[in-house]
Design a binder for this molecule. Structure first.
Ligand code: AMP
Ligand code: ZN
Ligand code: ZN
Length: 409
């Protein structure tokens, strides 16, 4: 027994000696700043220039900002998942807000289908950054993000909240801050925060409305609350603010009526408006294809697998058999449909349209001051996040080189 004790104390002495001679790890590695990814749904890149968002403007001046090209289609779920996986919708599996999968028969995935949103089968084609971080032993917290409620590849964020559109913007910020008040070992190293009131105002009143500016100002104040809350706690963070897409004004005079081309009973659709996903009824495939595929005034339709290469879309079996894309600002509809606001706003359009450009603002110790970036693809945000969080990025469609000018050496 005493021999074992003697060996043990000898080992302890050796360890102490080793500690005395081994240099301490560099502080930066030991204290990697927290990363917070903030999404302001439908905050178009140029909203930053409206003079209504002083906190975002301050972050942009202290860090980097630019316009980001969303992935196609410029819809909410596909783009949120592209940002946290670095894979475009065709490869991340979230090809639309509404979709079906031949491998998941009888289910229509939609944002409001709570059973589908928490079902990992829809999300498992990609690995979001919080899963990679959790696997690397880093605590993560998500105050809303598409996919965060599912156990993707068996892993959920350490902290997450079920989506609730009614949660006020400030309460979302307070939840993100509350997780940072946990004991040190339980504090997240990566957090997400999501705001949706700018999107709601954009749809209802259009991108050029005072309501959009008011919503932008409200979210901006919430971001100010976040920055102040971090400062009060002495927490250093890299804050990356993104949007999933922009917003285009639509008008009652810019409508394409699909029933002018193909009879109603010949197909069904899961999305109609700024995009159209068309599923011919059994036996009517040839008729629908002949009527729709090709160019029409203000509308173009393609078969699955035949979309232009630059859209990187239409190969995943979850994409619709026929995909229609109106010209930006035009809406695909039927003569008997009631539009939510024919003079409001829409997104989903060609991701190269300037109206679809999304905001990007990043500030914190990882970023140089006052950098304006040329337009880049939103999948580039993922390798940036991996670098900030300190995990090896999974294979992805993004390029860190596009964002390199923003990074402090
Ligand atoms: P969109 O139809 O593409 O404009 O989608 C925007 C809407 O997506 C928002 O108004 C939210 O209601 C909804 N949304 C955003 N995040 C989530 C989520 N994590 N779960 C369910 N719905 C969401
Ligand atoms: Zn959105
Ligand atoms: Zn929207």
């Amino acid at each position: 027994m005493s021999r074992i004790l003697a060996i043990a104390s000898g080992l302890a002495l050796l360890l102490l000696a080793a500690c005395a001679t081994t240099p301490a790890p560099p502080r930066a590695a030991a204290e990697r700043p927290l990363t917070i990814l903030v999404s302001i749904d439908a905050f178009r890149a140029d909203y930053l220039d409206r003079g209504v968002t002083p906190n975002l403007s301050r972050l942009a001046a202290e860090g980097a900002h630019g316009a980001m090209r969303p992935s196609f289609p410029s819809k909410t779920f596909p783009n949120h998942y592209a940002i946290v996986t670095g894979l475009r919708p065709d490869r991340n599996g979230i090809v639309a807000n509404n979709m079906t999968d031949p491998a998941i028969p009888g289910v229509v995935f939609s944002m409001s289908n709570e059973a589908a949103v928490v079902d990992a089968r829809w999300w498992n084609e990609a690995e979001p950054i919080w899963v990679t971080a959790e696997r690397a032993g880093k605590v993560t917290g998500t105050e809303f993000w598409p996919g965060s409620e599912a156990a993707i590849q068996g892993v959920r964020p350490h902290y997450f909240t079920h989506f609730n559109m009614a949660t006020p913007s400030n309460d979302r910020v307070d939840q993100v801050l509350a997780w940072l008040d946990k004991p040190p070992a339980e504090r997240p190293r990566f957090e997400t925060l999501y705001f949706d009131i700018v999107d709601a105002a954009g749809h209802a009143y259009g991108p050029d409305s005072k309501e959009v500016n008011q919503a932008a100002a409200t979210v901006d104040a919430a971001i100010g609350r976040l920055v102040d809350g971090l400062k009060a706690r002495g927490i250093v963070a890299n804050i990356v603010v993104v949007a999933d897409h922009g917003m285009a004004a639509v008008s009652a005079s810019r409508r394409v009526f699909i029933d002018d081309y193909v009879p109603k009973g010949a197909y069904h659709t899961l999305d109609m408006g700024p995009i159209g996903t068309i599923y011919p009824e059994p036996g009517r495939e040839a008729e629908v294809k002949a009527a729709l595929v090709g160019s029409h005034p203000h509308l173009e339709c393609w078969e699955r697998g035949r979309l232009p290469e630059r859209l990187h879309y239409g190969h995943n079996p979850r994409t619709a058999p026929i995909f229609c894309l109106p010209q930006t600002g035009w809406v695909l509809t039927t003569h008997d449909a009631h539009a939510r606001n024919p003079e409001g706003g829409e997104h989903g359009y060609d991701n190269a349209s300037p109206e679809m450009a999304a905001v990007f603002v990043a500030a914190g110790p990882a970023f140089r001051h006052g950098v304006t970036l040329p337009t880049f693809d939103n999948v580039d945000v993922y390798p940036l996040l991996a670098k900030l969080v300190g995990v090896a990025p999974r294979p992805n469609d993004g390029k860190l080189t596009d964002l390199a000018p923003a990074l402090a050496r």
